[in-house]
Design a protein around this ligand. Sequence first.
Ligand SMILES: N[C@@H](CCC(=O)N[C@@H](CS)C(=O)NCC(=O)O)C(=O)O
Length: 236
Amino acid sequence: MIELFGMGSPNVLKVRIMLEECGLPWRFTHVNVFGSGQFDPAFTALNPNAKVPVITDHDAANGQPYTLFESGAILLYLAEKTGKFLPKDLAGRFDTIKWLMLQMASVGPMLGQLNHFQRAAPPSAEYGLVRYRNEARRLYDLLDKRLGESEFIAGPDYSIADMAIFPWALYQPVHGFEAAERPNLGRWTALVGARPAVARAQGEYAEIQAVDRDFRAKASPADIDRFYNRVTPTSL
Ligand SMILES: N[C@@H](CCC(=O)N[C@@H](CS)C(=O)NCC(=O)O)C(=O)O
């Protein structure tokens, strides 16, 4: 059994999709990141970086529970464990890994920062908003171009690279970009979204996000500042 520690967020949705695609038995443990649950010593013992997702595999190969953080590493681990969604041939394997790395290094961080500057930054932070909006546009365009050349992100087959990018691609309208301007991205989003495992993974998502909203409503201003890491530094 795999225990997934998470919240209603795209990096967690990636892992939910993979667990459903692989048919692995799993359970969800909700971490209250708005109430500083990620800084609890019991949680930082699992992930010293204090972020979700984290998984603990209670059926790991050596018979001992095995814990991982970082969604890309988790997807690779589950692909290795099950032999699914990561091609065996070297070129196919690294075509998948390079797009997975692009998601981890660029799509997630840039779109995540755009979320922050759209929702949480003061109006004086215009420079950051423009910067991350431009980066988001560049990345949505890159994905659209790639999906005009290839059925799936990494090649002809659905893989962990698709699972990593899909939850972030859903932000395109939220970020104020016209979906109609990127038809290839739209074709692929519909294709991936129609998979039964993806629908199952997203099934409880609205309820999880409602719990997050409740956690957030109950959080203290200090907790919210800690969540955004916008506590005034004592030294620079
Ligand atoms: N690179 C990490 C990013 C993890 C991450 O930023 N997780 C967010 C949720 S999607 C989180 O834990 N936010 C709470 C916080 O930053 O305190 C991954 O892909 O796992």
